[in-house]
Ligand binder design. Structure first.
Ligand code: GTP
Length: 461
C-alpha cells in the first residue's frame, strides 16, 4: 500500500470518528431531562379556613391564654365557627324552654322490645330477628407525615347532600310524588303514611306530619306541585325542632377560682357505630377552628381502637392519651383530662369503649368514667353516637345510654348508607335531645353539622 493510500485511509477514519462524536453529543443532549429547582411548597395556612354557619361551638369564656401569651379578648370576630352563642357553659343549665322537648315516656305496654326496658347493666333487648353485630375490624386511616388540610365545616351538609341520595329517592321523592299528584283520596294518605313509616319516622311523628299536611293543604289552598313541595318542606322542618340548639359544647371555660379549664367531651355508643371515627372527625373540626385538642383512648377493650384514634390525632397534630389493652377505661379518661388540664388544651375528646350495651355491668363502667372525669373537670358534652342504618335497634340503645349518662347531643352516623333518614326525626323525639352532627361517609371530613332546613332540602331536591 502506497503512502498516499495510507494517508487517505487515516483521513477517512478520522472524519468518521468526528461525525460519530458530534451525533452522540447531540443525541445525549436531547435525552437529558431538564431539572430546575422547585418552588418550596407553602404549608396550608390556618387563616384560610372559613367556617361561618358551620359546626358551632359554645364560647362561654375567653380562649385559654397559653403560658407566656396574652389573653385574647372575649369577642372573636375573626373566627366564624365560634358563632357567639348565648349559652351558659353547663349543658345541664344551658337549655332554654324553647330548646327542651319532653322526652317520650315508655309505658311497659308500649315498648317494642320483648323483655321490657333494659336497665343499667342489663343487656338491652333487641328484636329477636335482628342481625347481631359482631366484632368490627376496621382499616386504620393512613398515617400522615404532615398535618393535613381540613375542609371547612361551613356548608358541609349542602356539599355532602348527594350522600343522602338513598333517603332522597325513597323518602323525599316518594312523598313529593304522592303529595303533588293532585286530589288526595284516603288511599293516597295511607300511602303517604306508609312512606313515612318505612323511612323510620315512627308512628307518632308520622301521625303528627300527616295531620299537619292534611290541615294545611286545605288552609293554604295547595294547587301546584311547587305549593306541595313548599308545604312538605315547612312541615318536615318543623317536625325537626329547628329551635333546638345544636351548638357543641367544646370550648374551654372559666372555673371559679381555678382559671380556665378545657372542655371535656365524652363520645359514647355501642361498638361499631362510628365513635372513634366521629371523635377523629370532630378533632379535625376543632383543629381547623384553631383549637388545641387532646384525645383520650378510653376504648381499652380493643387495642386497635386506640391505634385508630392515635392515627386520627396524628393527622391533625393532636396528641392521644392511651392505656394498656384491657386497662380501666376510667383511669385512661382520668389521665387524659389530667394531661389536658396541665397542658392547657382547649378540648379533651374521650372515645369510650363500645361494648357497653351488650355486656352486663359495662354500662356502670360508663357512669364511672364520667364520675372520675368530673373529679377534675366538668363534662361539657356527652355525645351519643348512633348508627342510622340500625333503625329501631338504635333507639333501644339510645334509651339505655340515656339511663346511665345525661346525653346532651346525638351524632347520627352512616346516613349515607341508608334510605331511612327519617330516623333523625324519631331519635330526637325519643330522647328530647338534639341531633347535633351527622356522619355522611367514611372520609375524614364527612362529618356535618345537622341543620334541619338543609337536611330537608337535601331530601326533597
Ligand atoms: N358510611 C359510613 N361509614 C362510617 C361513618 N362513620 C363511621 N363509619 C365506619 O364505621 C366503621 C366503624 O367505625 P368506628 O369508628 O371504628 O366505630 P366504633 O364505634 O369506634 O367501634 P368500636 O371501636 O368497635 O367500639 C368504620 O368502618 C367507619 O369507617 C359514616 O358516617 N358513614
Amino acid at each position: 500500500m502506497s503512502t498516499t493510500s495510507l494517508i487517505w485511509i487515516i483521513v477517512v477514519v478520522a472524519a468518521l470518528l468526528a461525525v460519530a462524536l458530534v451525533t452522540g453529543v447531540v443525541l445525549a443532549r436531547r435525552r437529558r431531562i431538564s431539572l430546575t429547582e422547585r418552588e418550596p411548597e407553602q404549608p396550608p395556612t390556618k387563616g384560610s379556613y372559613q367556617a361561618g354557619g358551620a359546626i358551632t361551638f359554645n364560647a362561654p369564656a375567653p380562649p385559654v391564654a397559653k403560658p407566656g401569651e396574652p389573653a385574647e379578648p372575649v369577642a372573636e370576630p375573626a373566627k366564624p365557627v365560634a358563632e357567639p352563642v348565648a349559652e351558659p357553659a353547663a349543658p345541664d343549665a344551658g337549655a332554654t324552654p324553647a330548646d327542651v322537648i319532653e322526652p317520650v315516656q315508655h309505658p311497659v305496654a308500649d315498648r317494642t322490645e320483648v323483655d321490657g326496658q333494659p336497665g343499667v347493666g342489663d343487656d338491652a333487648a333487641v328484636p329477636r330477628d335482628s342481625v347481631r353485630r359482631g366484632f368490627v375490624e376496621v382499616d386504620l386511616p393512613e398515617a400522615a407525615s404532615e398535618i393535613e388540610e381540613i375542609e371547612p365545616t361551613s356548608g358541609r351538609l349542602e356539599r355532602l347532600r348527594g350522600r343522602l341520595s338513598r333517603s332522597r329517592s325513597t323518602f323525599g321523592q316518594g312523598l313529593l310524588g304522592l303529595l303533588g299528584a293532585g286530589d288526595l283520596d284516603e288511599d293516597s294518605w295511607t300511602d303517604i303514611e306508609d312512606t313515612l313509616l318505612m323511612a323510620d319516622l315512627g308512628s307518632a311523628i308520622t301521625d303528627q306530619i300527616v295531620t299537619a299536611l292534611r290541615e294545611q293543604i286545605v288552609a293554604r289552598g295547595v294547587r301546584t306541585s311547587d305549593d306541595a313541595r313548599a308545604l312538605l318542606r315547612d312541615v318536615l322542618v318543623d317536625a325537626l325542632h329547628p329551635e333546638m340548639s345544636r351548638t357543641v359544647n367544646a370550648l374551654p371555660h372559666a372555673v371559679d377560682g381555678s382559671g380556665v379549664k378545657p372542655a371535656v367531651l365524652l363520645v359514647v355508643g355501642v361498638n361499631g357505630v362510628g365513635k372513634t371515627t366521629t371523635t377523629g372527625k370532630l378533632a379535625r373540626v376543632l383543629v381547623a377552628d384553631g383549637r388545641t385538642v387532646l384525645l383520650g383512648a378510653a376504648d381499652t377493650f380493643r387495642a386497635a381502637a386506640a391505634d385508630q384514634l392515635e392515627t386520627w390525632g396524628s393527622r391533625v397534630g393532636a396528641a392521644t392519651v392511651r392505656g394498656a389493652e384491657g386497662a380501666d377505661p376510667a383511669s385512661v379518661a382520668f389521665e387524659a383530662v389530667k394531661q389536658g388540664v396541665e397542658s392547657s388544651v382547649d378540648t379533651v375528646l374521650i372515645d369510650t369503649a363500645g361494648r357497653l350495651h351488650t355486656k352486663t355491668g359495662l354500662m356502670d363502667e360508663l357512669g364511672k368514667v364520667k364520675r372520675v372525669v368530673e373529679k377534675q373537670a366538668e363534662v361539657d358534652e356527652v355525645l351519643l353516637v348512633l348508627d342510622a342504618t340500625t333503625g329501631q335497634n338504635g333507639l333501644t340503645q339510645a334509651r339505655v345510654f340515656a339511663e346511665v349518662v345525661k346525653v346532651t347531643g346525638i351524632v347520627l352516623t352512616k346516613l349515607d348508607g341508608t334510605a331511612k333518614g327519617g330516623i333523625v326525626f324519631q331519635v330526637q323525639r325519643e330522647l328530647g335531645v338534639p341531633v347535633k352532627l351527622v356522619g355522611l361517609g367514611e372520609g375524614a371530613d364527612h362529618l356535618a353539622p345537622f341543620e334541619p332546613a338543609a337536611f330537608v332540602d337535601a331530601l326533597l331536591n
